[in-house]
Design a protein around this ligand. Structure first.
Ligand code: ADP
Ligand code: DAR
Length: 343
């Protein structure tokens, strides 16, 4: 039987905010069909007191068996109640997205990704090595059967030379080795076995296999033609789903290991240079907050901006559709550029 964690006063995570001794005690001795326990779910936030969230799910069942902890975290982070249902809309025809930077003065590149996990299998924190290798084998075979502009090749991380791996990371195509948050969640187990990347010949369509989720389906290109990036992504998702069943629930949408990605599991981002706004971060953040946008550094989560270039993306993922996620980003970026021009 576990001992209630001794969280320091400095802990600001959703885990610290919502795990009470009563909830923890009531979940002792409970485990999912994959043997995943409440201690497994909270380990990342206990070992990394500076976590923002601090919990990961080991399978779809985690979200119901540990609902007394996950539901208040999901409501606090997403503003999404236990009684709400998620709606999906992946139709590019519903997106109003003229290129906000047709002259290419501000937007360096656009990237839209979704997380997906294979139905009826555990998520990364609880998956076995054999199951993870099966995911790699089945998903890479499905990807290698894609045709036309989506056709390309799969490269497993284990067989990739360090030089190619570094180059792909530098090109922003490949994931880095899992950080300490993922390590504590059990998402880096057996690394790099079972992990890899598929990309089409133009490197505008990529799929990461067995990083934080079992699939990260990515469409990306230089410039600000967000509609073209979204259209390619929705076509790819549809083609892959014909070959691989995704874990989905009416209430939570597409199921992911981290609760922050539930629902659409979509992050639509631009790398954008806004030197004048960067000198007035209060004004910058007022615009991004108004459009539900997040500011990241240019080498991914937990990285810093470089050369006045920022990664701007939608913050909302659950309780909104994919079209709304991208619309948030398009509308926010258009206002950022208009403001930059006016300064
Ligand atoms: P994710 O978006 O998959 O949750 P990260 O924020 O860590 O994860 O980003 C993963 C990689 O994608 C990083 O190398 C980051 O630089 C790159 N990336 C994100 N957005 C863009 C973009 N708009 N253009 C180019 N690269 C991007
Ligand atoms: N670092 C973890 C996860 C936060 C959300 N980002 C993800 N899922 N990549 C935290 O609890 O802060």
């Amino acid at each position: 039987m576990g001992t209630f964690p001794d969280f320091p006063k400095s802990c600001k995570s959703q885990l610290c905010a919502h795990l009470t001794p009563e909830i923890y005690q009531a979940l002792q001795g409970r485990s999912t069909v994959n043997g995943f326990t409440i201690d497994d779910a909270i380990r990342s936030g206990v070992e990394n007191i500076d976590s923002g969230i601090g919990v990961y799910a080991g399978d779809l069942e985690s979200y119901t068996l540990f609902a007394t902890l996950f539901d208040p975290i999901i409501e606090s982070y997403h503003g999404f109640r236990q009684s709400d249902t998620h709606q999906s809309n992946l139709n590019p025809d519903d997106l109003q997205a003229p290129n906000p930077d047709p002259e290419g003065e501000y937007i360096l590149s656009t990237r839209i990704r979704v997380g997906r996990n294979v139905a009826d299998l555990p998520l990364g924190p609880a998956i076995t090595k054999a199951q993870r290798n099966k995911v790699e084998s089945e998903v890479s075979a499905a990807l290698n059967s894609l045709t036309g502009s989506l056709s390309g090749s799969y490269y497993s991380l284990g067989d990739m030379s360090e030089e190619i791996r570094k180059q792909l990371i530098e090109d922003h195509f490949l994931f880095k080795a899992g950080d300490r948050f993922l390590e504590s969640a059990g998402l880096n187990r057996d690394w790099p076995e079972g992990r890899g990347i598929y990309h089409n010949d133009e490197k505008t369509f990529l799929v990461w296999i067995n990083e934080e989720d079992q699939l990260r389906i990515i469409s990306m290109q230089q410039g600000g033609d967000i509609l073209e990036v979204f259209t390619r992504l929705t076509t790819a998702i549809s083609e892959i789903e014909k070959r691989v069943p995704f874990s989905y629930s009416e209430h939570l949408g597409y199921i992911t290991s981290c609760p922050t990605n539930l629902g659409t599991a979509m992050r639509a981002s631009v790398h954008i240079k806004l030197p004048k706004l960067a000198a007035d971060m209060e004004a910058f953040k007022a615009i991004t907050d108004r459009h539900h946008l997040q500011i990241r550094g240019i080498h991914g989560e937990h990285s810093e901006s470089e050369g006045g270039i920022y990664d701007i993306s939608n913050k909302r993922r659950l309780g909104v559709t994919e079209v709304q996620c991208v619309q948030d980003m398009v509308d926010g970026v258009a206002e950022l550029i208009a403001t930059e021009k006016s300064l």
